[in-house]
Every structure is written in structure tokens, then in C-alpha cells.
Design a protein. Structure first.
Length: 588
């Protein structure tokens, strides 16, 4: 069981940006409609998520002074803008079926199936030793079932709130969910089938995926259009990601059909050699990179306190990356159709542009340093960007690998590059953002949850072994015997992470939060400094009396103080912990 937060109604409450939402709503329930108007709708249950008003304002793109003024007006009038009762709506927790289905997919047809295929490859001693359709069926489950469902669920839940509007046609989102899930299932079955039924079943699944993507893209566009939100760089990245999603889904169905009806081995090889790489570029460099960059631009600064990306820089990066992806697709297809190797050499240009565009987005975040705000999701985000850098460096080093291995096209090396970006970058970002978002939406403080170090270590270890061992098979065939273990580590890590999130999401959304009007439990050494000050502002002077005068700086209270416990702070400043805790409990 995951402990739900206890909302304590302390004798003193100060309305400022450090005030916690549950504390505000415990004292002034009439303030709920104000928060709902700015995007809180349905989040966290009766008392909302365990986060400060300042954090809420930053993540929802709201001017904190305007928010506080509106709250003060409602509190002064002692009247709510409307009913304070929370009317459950479909869109309040629309992310849940998408996230749960994505976890189920990755633990079955996604990562688990991939691990089995990897063992088969290891036993065969070659990457062409397994069925092409089995590999591609696993791949489409990962792209549409794992990544696609998470992207759709996150977008349905988060973007309308960011744009301070309602989701356009919420019931259509359920249709898109059912169609996408059916499409993944039908294609997985059809692509590995061998009878006359296989192609029709695969085509039916493909049509379901196309329709699901069309509904999703239309909903996002119409939701943005009906809002008052202005076009910002992160929205440009999201719109471009939607373009790549639509393009790749249609292209994927054509490509799959052509591979399934190829009558000769030569025709099959020609189809794969010419069209599979462009499809992967659309899926990985198009959809995944663009959507992650868009979400990063919008969410990383308020979530982790990193520097924002300059608006002009972000627009330029969008242009660079769009040209890069379009160019690498066009150049590769032209090379394959002409068989002119001089054209293939031009691929280095869009690959350099990919690296440049990624650097333009990631450099301002300075994720190689510790972020000002640290929680259990931070390590996933930092590691994800490290894997992105590794993938892009490996891509640029492709000519070196070819020269050393004397292999014109290395299936192993290309696969290692793609694994670094799909699992290392995309999957770790999904894990990190979900670990942050799901507790917030369920009104649970992450302090009550696992730090997730175990699944984090396993997934990173598995990714490292897969990337290194797979690349080494071009030089040392004995590496094939070890490569299968990498998939086992990744699956176990994903299972542990997924089980924790599933438990949160499967709890009844209406389960009440415990309320206590009695004196709160004593402040303890393991409590976070920033949270203590936010809950009990009167303790700020006590901290100052013990030498923590820097806490009067609101920036430090919102950043560093939210990552340090009282015990750690006392040790760093040479303060007697017992005396400090006694004074703090007396002050509250």
C-alpha cells in the first residue's frame, strides 16, 4: 500500500507562493475553483497535489502574482467562484488507461519479447538469425504501444492544462486509445502469422493505428486552437512531432505490407535495405526526439530549476532539427535508388545537424551538473540526455567503425545506436517523467515512495551491456553469448518501475485523504527543509536564529532547500540537531 498524504490544518496559514495546495484547500476550500480555472482540474483529489502554489504556477505557465491575487480575492469574499465540489470528468484522469496499457505492452510484446529475440540472436551468433517479421512486430509494439501510448496519455492529460482549456472531445480520446491498443495487438499477431489470414489481420491493425493517430492529432490541434495559448517553441516541437507521427504511421503500414507480400528473398532485402532506415529515422529522430525536446523545453525548468532555453534559440533548433531529419531521409532514399556512394557520404551533414540541434536544446539545461531541484525523477532525465549524446556520437563515428571493422553496413552497430536512443533516451525519459507526474496527479508526495534507484540501475546497466556488446560482435563473435543478459536487466528494471506506478494508478481516485485538525506530528530530522518552511512559515525565523539566514531568499527556499533534510543542513552548518528540532517544534 502507498501512503496517502495527511493534510494537517495548522493554526497558522500564510498565502504565498511557498504555501502547499493541500494546506490552502484545507483552510479555504472555496479557493478550489480558482486553481481549477488555471488547470488543476481533477488533479490530486479533494486536496490537490502535494506541491506549492509557486510550483503549480510555474508548471502551468501562470503568473504567480496573478494567481495569488485571485486567491486572495476569493478568500476575502469568503465565496467560491462556483461549486467547490469536484465533479469527476473523463479528462481528469485520462492518462491512466494509456499509461497502464503502455506498461503492460512493454512487459509483454515490447521489452520482454525483445529480450527473447535477443537470446535467440545470441544462440544463433548473428543478428539475421531471427525472423524479420518477429523483430519488426516487436519494434512496432515498442513504438506505438510503449512510447506511443505514453505520449498520447501525457498529451491528453497535460497539454490542455498547460493551455488552460478543456480537452476537445474527451470521448474521442477513448476511441483513439482502443484503436491504438487494438492496432498493436492485431499487428503483433498478424506480422508473425504465416497463413492467408496474416496479411489482412496486419492491415486491419495498421488501419486502426492510422485512425487512432488521426484522432489524436486532430484533438491536440483543435484543443490548442480553442485555447488562448500563444504559439511557443515547445508547441512548435509538439506540432512537428505530430507531423512525424502521422507520416510514419502511414508509411509504416505500406512498408510492412510490402515486406509481407514480397515473393522472393531479393525483393524482401531490397524493400528492407531501401525503406526501413527512413522509417526508423521518422520514428526515432522525428517523433521521439521532437516530442521529448518539446516537453523538456516546457517542463524541465519548472520541475528541476534548470535554466530555460532562449526562445530564439529554441526556434532555430526546431528549424535545424526539422531540416536534419528530412534531409537524412531524402539523402538515404536517393542513395539507395541511385546506388551512388558519393551521395551516401552526404549523410554526415544531417547527422551533424542533429547533434547541433540537440546541443542547442540541451546545453542550457546543464544536466551534467546537479540540478537545483532534485527528486527521484531527476536521475532518469539526466541519464536520458547522456544516452542521447552517446547515440549521436556513435552515429557520427560510423565511418570510423566501418574502417576498423571492414564492414560496409553493420547491422550490429546501427542497432546499438538505435538502442542507445530508444531505451537510453526515450525510455528513461518516459520513466522519469511518469515517476514525477503520476504521484502528483494522484495527490501523493514522492517522499512516501521509492527512490527508484534499483530499476534505474538495472535499465542503465542493461542498456550499457546491449550497446557495448552489440557493437563488439563485429570484432569479437564471442560477445553474442553475453548480449542476451542485457535484455533481462532491462525487463526486470521496467517491471519494478511499472509495478510501483501501476499500484498508484489502480487505487481508487475517490479514496479520501486523511484529514486531521489536531496538532501535526513533530518535525523530524529527515524532513525536507523547504517543505517544513512551506508548511510552517513561522519556522523561518527559527532557522534564521540558528544561522540559516539564507533561507530568507525565496529562490533558495524553492530550490536548494527542497533537496536538503534538516539533519543534513544541521551537519553542514555544525548545528546541534536536537536543539534545532526542539526549537522548530516549539515554533510550529
Amino acid at each position: 500500500m502507498v501512503a496517502l498524504p495527511v493534510v494537517h490544518r495548522s493554526a497558522h496559514f500564510t498565502l504565498n507562493e511557498d504555501a502547499l495546495i493541500p494546506d490552502l484547500l484545507a483552510h479555504h476550500p472555496q479557493a478550489r475553483p480558482v486553481l481549477d480555472r488555471f488547470g488543476l482540474r481533477g488533479c490530486g483529489g479533494r486536496f490537490g497535489p502535494v506541491e506549492s502554489l509557486g510550483f503549480f504556477a510555474r508548471t502551468h505557465g501562470v503568473d504567480v502574482d496573478l494567481l495569488l491575487e485571485d486567491l486572495r480575492e476569493v478568500i476575502r469574499s469568503k465565496r467560491a467562484e462556483g461549486s467547490t465540489a469536484i465533479e469527476p470528468k473523463l479528462q481528469d484522469a485520462i492518462y491512466r488507461p494509456f499509461f497502464l496499457a503502455a506498461i503492460a505492452t512493454v512487459l509483454t510484446a515490447g521489452a520482454s519479447w525483445g529480450a527473447i529475440i535477443l537470446w535467440q540472436i545470441g544462440f544463433q551468433g548473428k543478428f539475421t538469425g531471427v525472423s524479420l517479421q518477429h523483430v519488426n512486430a516487436h519494434g512496432q509494439a515498442q513504438v506505438y504501444g510503449w512510447c506511443g501510448l505514453f505520449i498520447m496519455g501525457f498529451a491528453y492529460q497535460a497539454f490542455p492544462r498547460m493551455w488552460q482549456t478543456e480537452l476537445f472531445s474527451p470521448r474521442s480520446s477513448i476511441a483513439s486509445f482502443a484503436l491504438m491498443l487494438a492496432g498493436v495487438l492485431l499487428r503483433s499477431i498478424g506480422m508473425i502469422g504465416s497463413g492467408s489470414w496474416a496479411v489482412p489481420v496486419t492491415l486491419a491493425g495498421g488501419c486502426a493505428q492510422i485512425l487512432a493517430v488521426a484522432i489524436f492529432a486532430a484533438q491536440m490541434f483543435l484543443t490548442f486552437q480553442r485555447s488562448a495559448a500563444r504559439l511557443e517553441p515547445y508547441i512548435g516541437f509538439i506540432l512537428m512531432a505530430l507531423f512525424w507521427l502521422c507520416a510514419m504511421t502511414v508509411f509504416d503500414q505500406w512498408h510492412t505490407y510490402r515486406t509481407m507480400v514480397a515473393t522472393t528473398r531479393e525483393a524482401l532485402i531490397a524493400q528492407i535495405a531501401t525503406w526501413q532506415a527512413p522509417l526508423r529515422d521518422m520514428q526515432i529522430h522525428g517523433l521521439l526526439m521532437f516530442v521529448i525536446f518539446g516537453v523538456s523545453i516546457r517542463m524541465l525548468p519548472p520541475l528541476f530549476g534548470v535554466a530555460p532555453v532562449n526562445t530564439r534559440r529554441a526556434w532555430r533548433a526546431l528549424a535545424v532539427l526539422t531540416i536534419a531529419v528530412a534531409s537524412e531521409i531524402a539523402i538515404f532514399i536517393t542513395y539507395r535508388l541511385t546506388q551512388n556512394h558519393a551521395i551516401a557520404a552526404l549523410l554526415m551533414i544531417p547527422w551533424l545537424m542533429l547533434a547541433l540541434g540537440a546541443w542547442m536544446i540541451a546545453a542550457p539545461f546543464r544536466l551534467w551538473r546537479a540540478t537545483p531541484i532534485v527528486d527521484r525523477s531527476t536521475k532518469f532525465v539526466r541519464a536520458a540526455y547522456a544516452w542521447l549524446a552517446i547515440s549521436l556520437v556513435m552515429l557520427l563515428m560510423l565511418p570510423v567503425h566501418q574502417a576498423l571493422s571492414h564492414i560496409p553496413f553493420s547491422h550490429a552497430y546501427y542497432g546499438a545506436i538505435r538502442h542507445a536512443i530508444t531505451v537510453g533516451f526515450a525510455s528513461l525519459m518516459i520513466m522519469g517523467m511518469a515517476a514525477k507526474v503520476v504521484p502528483t496527479l494522484n495527490g501523493v508526495s514522492t517522499r512516501n515512495l521509492s527512490s527508484l534507484w534499483f530499476p534505474f540501475a538495472l535499465v542503465n546497466l542493461g542498456c550499457f551491456l546491449r550497446v557495448t556488446l552489440q557493437a563488439l560482435t563485429d570484432f569479437y563473435p564471442s560477445a553474442f553469448h553475453l548480449v542476451g543478459i542485457s535484455g533481462v536487466f532491462e525487463v526486470i528494471g521496467l517491471a519494478v518501475w511499472g509495478a510501483g506506478l501501476a499500484r498508484l494508478m489502480l487505487k481508487r481516485a475517490s479514496e479520501p485523504i486523511e484529514f486531521s485538525a489536531a496538532r501535526p506530528a513533530p518535525i523530524r530530522g529527515d524532513d525536507i527543509v523547504g517543505e517544513v518552511v512551506a508548511s510552517f512559515p513561522q519556522t523561518l525565523e527559527t532557522f534564521a536564529d540558528f544561522g540559516f539566514s539564507q533561507l530568507k531568499n525565496p529562490v533558495l527556499r524553492r530550490t536548494l532547500a527542497r533537496a536538503v533534510t534538516i539533519r543534513q543542513a544541521a551537519s553542514l552548518h555544525g548545528v546541534n540537531l536536537t536543539d534545532l528540532l526542539s526549537a522548530l517544534n516549539h515554533a510550529q
